[in-house]
Design a binder for this molecule. Structure first.
Ligand code: NAD
Ligand code: AHE
Ligand code: ZN
Length: 368
């Protein structure tokens, strides 16, 4: 079949819209009509050329929601007309990682996914007979996609696609980092570096679990109002204080219990670690730093009890936890609507990237 898609031909160049060929689902695969997709900073990161796994030409996008159209042989967990969110972190429930119960990082198809291919080592997308690469196993910048069954969370049918798509990455990453990865306790102090599409979800997760001080840090003062609405109690603009670490340590009487880096800057990752409390502070890296970047700190920071950790997809097990997060949204426990600042047709997807880069948008959503 044909599908309309935004193609990333080359690093650093705008996406171009074209009709591409999509092969039907093979064994264990599912054809999905994508109804809406968010634009996440990670899409920009890969498009920029900073991603060591970035390959071109590819169809980017990993924050979608849609409807199952057709299933391949052997598929049992979804059927046509089911509403689904594609998962860049699948959940096979059989690999060593899934069975460990210690991580959400299912590895059953990670190596082919990282090479832009389906689990059998081929692509379903092509143009003029030449293959185009998949991206993060999802490629939601295409109106129709083929994905492995284990990479689909079935969600309730009354959840609107234009909001549910954001649960495919940003909402789950931010709220999940608080709830699943850090298990933030009520009454603790939380610091969030970066108040964008991820950081604001960390803020609302921290508020949801009853954190005490919720300190937001951003260089964009335009983020203050929305962050307060989502639960931020204190704002710090690093350009307006001397030493940001000292400032936070003072604000929190010795350091934060938890910090989250949601920018992708190795300098901020260090500050995020060092502003946590001696003896027990935990700092979670969420931001994705460019190829070649490395983090550093004095080992003394760890000797004295601070812990440096990371969180991917909020520690969520996609098929199990994503439907629960959809319920949280539908029950009014989390707010998605106010974070989606712009909606665009696929033809204007490049404007969505510009809005993110210039700090004008929180999330732009493409509607098919
Ligand atoms: P975004 O562009 O919406 O937000 C980034 C925010 O950081 C903006 O508000 C910006 O003003 C702020 N910022 C930039 N430089 C800063 C600085 N020096 N100090 C303080 N604030 C600064 O991006 P996003 O979609 O929220 O993504 C954030 C990061 O998280 C990216 O690196 C992205 O790749 C990563 N990410 C990781 C995961 C994961 O699973 N680990 C999932 C999604 C996104
Ligand atoms: N290819 C990148 C990896 C980027 C990365 O860390 N991705 C996150 C999700 S970001 C979503 O917006 C993730 O889930 N990582 C775990 C994994 O297995 O990729 C790079 O830098 O190499
Ligand atoms: Zn993302």
């Amino acid at each position: 079949m044909k599908t309309r898609a935004a193609i990333a031909w080359k690093a650093g160049e705008p996406l171009s819209i074209a009709e591409v060929d999509l092969e039907g689902p093979r064994a264990g695969e599912v054809l999905v009509e994508i109804k809406a997709t968010g634009i996440c900073h990670t899409d920009y990161y890969t498009l920029s050329g900073a991603d060591p796994e970035g390959i071109f030409p590819a169809i980017l996008g990993h924050e979608g929601a849609g409807i199952v159209l057709e299933t391949g042989p052997g598929v049992t967990s979804v059927k046509p007309d089911d509403h689904v969110i594609p998962l860049y972190t699948p959940e096979c429930r059989q690999c060593k990682f899934c069975l460990s119960r210690k991580t959400n990082l299912c590895q059953s198809i990670r190596s082919t996914q990282g090479r832009g291919l389906m689990p059998d080592g081929t692509s379903r997308f092509s143009l003029d007979g030449k293959p185009l690469f998949h991206y993060m196993g999802t490629s939601t910048f295409s109106n129709y996609i083929v994905v492995p069954e284990i990479a689909l969370a079935k969600i309730r049918e009354d959840a609107p696609f234009d909001k549910a798509c954001y649960i495919g990455c940003g909402v789950t990453t931010g709220v999940g980092a608080v709830v699943f990865s850090a298990k933030v306790e009520a009454g603790t102090n939380v610091v969030v570096f970066g108040l964008g599409g991820i950081g604001l979800n960390v803020i609302q997760g921290a508020k949801m679990v009853g954190a005490d001080k919720i300190i937001g840090i951003d260089i964009n003062p335009g983020r203050v109002e929305i962050a307060k609405k989502f639960g931020m109690t204190h704002f710090v603009n690093p350009n307006e204080v001397g030493n940001i670490v000292d400032h936070i340590v003072q604000l929190t009487d010795g350091g934060a219990d938890f910090s989250f880096e949601c920018v992708g800057s190795v300098q901020l990752m260090r500050q995020a670690l060092e502003c946590t409390h001696k003896g027990w502070g935990q700092s979670f890296i969420i931001g994705v730093a460019a190829a070649g970047q490395e983090i550093s700190t004095r080992p003394f920071q760890l000797v004295t009890g601070r812990q440096w950790k990371g969180s991917a997809f909020g520690g969520a097990r996609g098929r199990t936890d994503v439907p629960k997060i959809v319920d949280w949204y539908m029950d009014g426990k989390i707010n998605i609507d106010d974070l989606i600042t712009h909606t665009l047709p696929l033809e204007r997807i490049n404007e969505g990237f510009e809005l993110m880069k210039s700090g004008q948008s929180i999330r732009s959503v493409v509607l098919y």
